[in-house]
Design a protein around this ligand. Structure first.
Ligand code: FES
Length: 106
């Protein structure tokens, strides 16, 4: 079994249409997970860092949501444009990106 330095869990949960909290599926969660997997693989980082699909992370109103472990850094409102910075700052380093932090859980 591979040993990863970090796991990045990206919510792909889909709630019923009209759910007041919204859901990460509708906010691009699946596309984020797929793009992060591709980016990690392209850089040869996928043996060290693992991007995982996640069910609801209970941060639906902050979607698209992800959490990076072992640090337990929670990001919300993540878009495809944020992924390179997340890789550079929060995956390769242990830096946090303030604008993406979910404050209640950080
Ligand atoms: S639907 Fe993504 S955190 Fe709940």
């Amino acid at each position: 079994m591979p040993s990863y330095k970090k796991h990045i869990f990206i919510c792909e949960n889909r709630r019923p249409d009209g759910s007041p909290k919204g859901c990460c599926f509708d906010k691009g969660g699946p596309e984020l997970k797929n793009a992060l997997k591709v980016k990690l693989a392209q850089r040869g980082l996928n043996k060290t860092f693992r991007a995982n699909s996640a069910g609801c992370l209970n941060a639906c109103e902050h979607g698209a949501a992800m959490v990076i472990y072992p640090e337990g850094v929670w990001y919300g409102g993540v878009s495809l444009d944020d992924l390179d910075e997340i890789i550079e700052r929060s995956i390769l380093q242990d830096d946090k990106i303030d604008r993406l932090l979910i404050k209640e859980q950080s």
